[in-house]
Write a protein that binds this ligand. Structure first.
Ligand code: S3P
Ligand code: PEP
Length: 456
């Protein structure tokens, strides 16, 4: 969280609530917002973005791009205007680039800097400074960039970009859209063709949007050792054309409302304008497999992405075995899925989720601890959680032990805070969360919207 480190933690008790009803509109997609600013900053001319997520992570991206020469301003009507420097035109920043809590800002911007002849220092908060950057240092070094990182390949680090950089073909060792994007973005300013082989599909916003900005990008699907793999090739020294972008609502933010409406009896909620790119929509699919009532209304296209309004009604959920193949399409939604599982009938088993251990927190341990504190039955395994649900009864909630109320530790992780807020709505005594400040990284108006939907 990039909020003033001197500010105090803001604990909050999330209390049991009445049904969620009416309509809510969640803020813009975080992944698309970061990319809108970055690609706008590399286009020559003015890009206009409406619906940009104004969360701390995206604002960290904006500040870094300004420090490297782009002009980025928000007008009174809420639209963002970006005047780019052109591919190859990023300037040497004067000071360190402060990335706050944001893995996406850090890894994608490292990709951009890697093929420019400039040097940048990246810093982050305590959470981000513990996250692995070796996964981008490795391919970007192959392209010629030089690094001085903290031991273990973490922030703070210094990156000296290479110009000219060397095109590579890189097979992703982890299913990560951030690593894929870092290499493709470095490829933008590299003569020749830079390729990424993706054995498991991950979110494809970089590919869709780079094409939209006029880059030449090819995607080939072929049989690979682990099944169908994708080879994504970017033709370097691209010219990007400025665009008008409308950012759809973030499915990762909608997920909290979809689970809340599913588990709070009597709920019937419409969540408007939700992005449903198939590489992102896994949670809604799993909720349906559990017996959830998630209906798509008015399916349409916004900014080149499929979008619909979701009508979510309370339903009796049943535990499921979640297919690990769907994990990349709901990677940020597992914390809140675990809450749904804790309230379902029977057992939910999740596997193949090692990546959750290197997010803003170790989300397997953080959620196992948090849900147990709220009274759920959870077994933590190396690669997932096994959760025995209550069968629809509310969770007990956090309680006073030995004169002191147990509180959930969020570990500077917005998704832990919001997931346990949802658990609080479906609990008997409420759930006390130690710090709600991290929520501002991705969903600044979360609490207000939740209060609105739950009738105050
Ligand atoms: O590319 C992106 O915008 C993101 C990719 C995912 O990270 P990984 O690539 O590390 O899986 C996701 O968890 C993150 O919230 C956003
Ligand atoms: C993992 C996340 O973001 P990032 O990697 O950008 O910090 C997230 O938003 O859940």
């Amino acid at each position: 969280m990039s909020a003033d480190p001197a500010s105090k933690p803001q604990p909050r008790r999330f209390r049991p609530a009445g049904p969620l009803t009416g309509r809510v509109r969640v803020p813009g997609d975080k992944s698309i917002s970061h990319r809108s600013l970055m690609f706008g900053a590399l286009a020559v001319g003015e890009t206009r973005v409406t619906g940009l997520l104004e969360g701390e992570d995206v604002l960290a991206t904006a500040a870094a791009l300004r420090a490297m020469g782009a002009s980025i301003e928000r007008r009174d009507d809420g639209a963002w205007h970006i005047n780019g420097v052109g591919v190859g035109g990023l300037l040497q920043p004067d000071g360190a680039l402060a990335m706050g809590n944001s893995g996406t800002s850090t890894r994608l911007l490292m990709g951009l800097v890697a093929s420019h002849g400039i040097c940048a220092v990246f810093t982050g908060d305590a959470s981000l400074s513990g996250r692995p950057m070796g996964r981008v240092i490795e391919p970007l070094s192959q392209m010629g960039a030089a690094f001085e990182a903290s031991p273990g390949g973490t922030l703070p680090l210094m990156l000296r970009g290479a110009h000219p950089a060397v095109p590579i073909e890189y097979r992703l060792p982890v299913a990560s859209a951030q690593v894929k994007s870092a290499v493709l973005l470095a490829g933008l300013n590299t003569a020749g063709i830079t390729g990424v082989i993706e054995p498991v599909p991950t979110r494809d916003h970089t590919e869709r949007m780079l094409r939209g900005f006029g880059a030449k990008l090819d995607v080939e699907e072929r049989d690979g050792a682990e099944g169908m793999e994708r080879v994504i090739s970017i033709h370097g020294e691209a010219d990007l054309q400025p665009q008008d972008i409308t950012v759809p609502g973030d499915p990762s933010s909608a997920a909290f409302f979809a689970v809340a409406a599913s588990v709070v009896p009597g709920s019937d909620l419409i969540i408007e304008n939700v992005g449903l790119n198939p590489t992102r929509a896994g949670l809604f699919e799993v909720l349906r497999q559990m017996g959830g009532s998630v209906e798509e209304l008015d399916r349409r296209e916004v900014g080149g992405e499929p979008v619909a309004d979701l009508r979510v009604r309370h339903a009796a959920l049943t535990g499921v075995e979640v297919d690990p193949a769907i994990a990349p399409a709901m990677i940020d939604e597992f914390p809140v899925l675990f809450v749904a599982a804790a309230l379902a009938q029977g057992t939910t088993v999740t596997r193949g989720l090692e990546e959750l251990r290197v997010k803003e927190s170790d989300r397997l341990t953080a959620m196992a601890d948090a849900l147990r504190l709220a009274g759920a039955q959870v077994e933590e395994r190396d690669d997932g959680l096994v959760i025995e649900g209550t069968g629809g009864d509310p969770l007990p909630g956090t309680s006073t032990a030995a004169g002191r109320e147990a509180e959930i530790t969020t570990h500077l992780d917005h998704r832990i805070a919001m997931s346990m807020a949802v658990a609080g709505l479906a609990s008997r005594k409420g759930v006390l969360v130690d710090d709600t400040r991290p929520i501002a990284t991705s969903f600044p108006n979360f609490s207000d919207l939740m209060a609105q939907a739950a009738g105050g």
